[in-house]
Structure formats: structure tokens, C-alpha cells
Design a protein around this ligand. Structure first.
Ligand SMILES: CC(C)(COP(=O)(O)OP(=O)(O)OC[C@H]1O[C@@H](n2cnc3c(N)ncnc32)[C@H](O)[C@@H]1OP(=O)(O)O)[C@@H](O)C(=O)NCCC(=O)NCCS
Length: 217
């Protein structure tokens, strides 16, 4: 078999770098995270509001340690998946945000998911897009379920996950844990909420994405 045919037959993960225009016109480049993104992560963390840091990292972390940075920027594509986005109109900025999924252990079909969108870019659809990229990639590497640990102070995001079809697994005063089936194909989305329909559109955009000609990272 020719190498190119082999590659196309098996490639179900999103392209390593692809461009997507959001419904509001924002033109993003999405990329699988690599060590080359490290300086963007450091700068992006500085741009994150205290509230967003708390929602994502729970405790008070003033800056990312070099150990955390290595971990966050070296996903292996099987047990650790991470996609980041930057604004193509302003590629010198640290970026827009990141979504990641980490398998519970090497044999597990379950992964924990975390999403972070910088405050200036929240509520424009970037989180949903990166979330879709992580779903498509996870399905291709055999992950079947996602777990989300969300602060009870974040009811909006909890409602959003429920609208995508997630179920509440547990709740204590610090963390609400939700579980969602990993979905790669828009036609597999059963929920009929507006959020689920938007998610199906983003899954379609990721599935049809072609590799970007130029990497802006
Ligand atoms: C939660 C978060 C990832 C959403 O990303 P986003 O790009 O702002 O969201 P989108 O525009 O793609 O919309 C996705 C959903 O998130 C909700 N959302 C948007 N901004 C939000 C915010 N600041 N806080 C909580 N939820 C938010 C939207 O209402 C939307 O739900 P809906 O479609 O059901 O109305 C982003 O706000 C963020 O990084 N917050 C701080 C960290 C965090 O809370 N992470 C989630 C726990 S892992």
C-alpha cells in the first residue's frame, strides 16, 4: 500500500493544524499542542482572570511551574490529547484557549477533560470548537467517555454540559463531576438542545477540516 493511502485510510484524528472561522467571524487556527507552544501557555496563564483560573485549576496557582508547563505542552496523542487555538487576525497574542483530555490510566477508555478559554475570547464559540476537536481525536484513539470536574460556582458551564447530554456523576461542595459519551460524528448527537445542535456543527467543522497551509504558532 502506498504510504499516502495508508495515512488517509487511518487518519481519523483532526489535522495537526487547521483553520476554522467561527459563526461570529473570528478566524482561528487550531493546533495539536506541542512543546513549541510553551511560551504561549506561560503568557496565556498571565492573561487569565483570577476567576477563570479558579474555575479551571480550582486552587490558587500564581503561575505555571516548569514541570506543569512540560506536562501541559507535551501531550502524546493517545493518553493525553490537547488542542489550542489562536486568533489568525492577531497571532502574536498568546492565544485563545486550550482543551485537553487525559486518560485515567493507560488501559482506560475514560478520560478527564479540561477547557480554558482566555477571558477576552469567552462566549464566542472557541470553547465548543476545541471541545469538539478533543472529542474527534479521543474517539479515534479509543476513548469512550469523558469526565468533567466543574466548580459548583460555574452553573453556566454545568448547564452547557447537561445540554450536550452529560449526566451528573457526583457532587460535593467543591466539585460537580459530569460524564459525557465521546462523540466524533455529528449524526451521533442525540440531544436536541440548541447547544447540542451547535456542538454537532462544530464536530462537522472539525471532521471536515483540512491541514492548514501555514502554521501561525
Ligand atoms: C467554560 C469555558 C471553557 C467556555 O468556553 P467559551 O469559549 O467561553 O464557550 P463557548 O462560547 O464555546 O460556549 C460554550 C458554552 O460555554 C458557556 N460559557 C461561555 N462563557 C462562559 C463562562 N465565562 N463561564 C461559564 N460558561 C461559559 C456558554 O454559555 C456555552 O453554553 P451554551 O451554548 O449552552 O449557552 C470558558 O468560559 C472558560 O475557559 N472558563 C474558565 C475555565 C472553566 O470554567 N473551565 C471549565 C471547567 S474545565
Amino acid at each position: 500500500m502506498k504510504p499516502s493511502l495508508f495515512k488517509n485510510w487511518f487518519r481519523k484524528t483532526p489535522p495537526a493544524t487547521f483553520d476554522v472561522r467561527l459563526p461570529n467571524g473570528l478566524f482561528l487556527q487550531v493546533a495539536f499542542v506541542t512543546a513549541a507552544h510553551a511560551s504561549r501557555f506561560t503568557a496565556g496563564y498571565e492573561h487569565l482572570s483570577e476567576q477563570s483560573r479558579r474555575m479551571r485549576f480550582f486552587g490558587q496557582i500564581s503561575s505555571l511551574s516548569s514541570k506543569q508547563l512540560v506536562f501541559l505542552t507535551q501531550p502524546d496523542g493517545r493518553n493525553h490529547i490537547a488542542y489550542a487555538a489562536l486568533n489568525l487576525a492577531n497571532p502574536a497574542e498568546p492565544g485563545v484557549g486550550v482543551a485537553r483530555a487525559i486518560r485515567l490510566d493507560a488501559d482506560s477508555k475514560i478520560a478527564e477533560v479540561a477547557l480554558t478559554i482566555l477571558d477576552a475570547y469567552q462566549h464566542q464559540g472557541a470553547g465548543l470548537l476545541l471541545h469538539a476537536a478533543v472529542h474527534v481525536h479521543a474517539a479515534a484513539v479509543g476513548i469512550e467517555q469523558f469526565l468533567y470536574d466543574v466548580s459548583p460556582e460555574n452553573p453556566r458551564f454545568i448547564q452547557h454540559l447537561l445540554a450536550l447530554g452529560a449526566v451528573r456523576v457526583s457532587q460535593d461542595h467543591d466539585i460537580v463531576r459530569l460524564r459525557l459519551q465521546v462523540t466524533a460524528k455529528p449524526e451521533q448527537i442525540r440531544a436536541t438542545t440548541p447547544a447540542a445542535k451547535r456542538f454537532a456543527e462544530r464536530l462537522r467543522a472539525v471532521s471536515m477540516a483540512v491541514p492548514a497551509r501555514v502554521s501561525a504558532a
